[in-house]
Design a protein around this ligand. Sequence first.
Ligand code: BTN
Length: 245
Amino acid sequence: MIAARVPRWKINWYVTIDSTQLEAQRLAAQGCVDRTVVVAMEQTAGMGRLGRKWHSSPGEGLYFSFVWRLGLPPRDMPAYTLALGLAVKTAIEEVAEIPCDLKWPNDVLIGTRKVSGILTQLQDSAVIAGIGINVGHTEFPAEIAEIATSLRREGATLKTSEDLFVRLLDAIEDSTMTMIELGRDPILRLFGASSSFVWGRRVVAEHDGGMVRGVTQGLDDNGFLVLRKDDGSRVTILAGNVRPE
Ligand code: BTN
């Protein structure tokens, strides 16, 4: 039983749900306990960042959200998203034994393809964080077929997602405690060292309704990505998508 392996988390399982993120928001509004987790075999309205959809086919992915009243100020949320990315990378690398890259701000990649995404929201004092990992997918819809991958497609032979889930919840606790006790700095340093996108990478990024091109120059104090444009000026990317040029 997974509940016995993660006794500090309260896990609510669903066969199918609109979105674990929406259910976690509903439970938070009703005053659920901290570390309540909503996990589903299938989502019919899985949500990605920036209003996108998250492909959530039945039984193939790990789709979950948790509620934790961490009391983090909004300013810490970008860094907390990075902290969760580090947790996902750790869990996949240890359990599936496949090296991962992190693409700022919320993508976990295997090679150049996305295997996991993270969505963090603040509802009153509660962090509501959702994580999707493509585990057993053999194929994807045409619109993401070129950019997505799954652990299975990358050669992992996990019989179930349980060990991955347990390791990930532990890693989330570790990352969260680091953030609470030591603040953003160690997370930002670790992310910078764990991602091939943070330093010296030529990218195109969405910024101010347009696109900017430049070479990445690390993260600022909040965890935003700094680019040096070809004219030498610097620009800080706050939220938009980033891709290699
Ligand atoms: C992204 O990469 O844009 C973020 C994807 C987040 C997907 C997860 S799946 C579990 C949780 N429920 C949702 O509806 N979304 C998140």
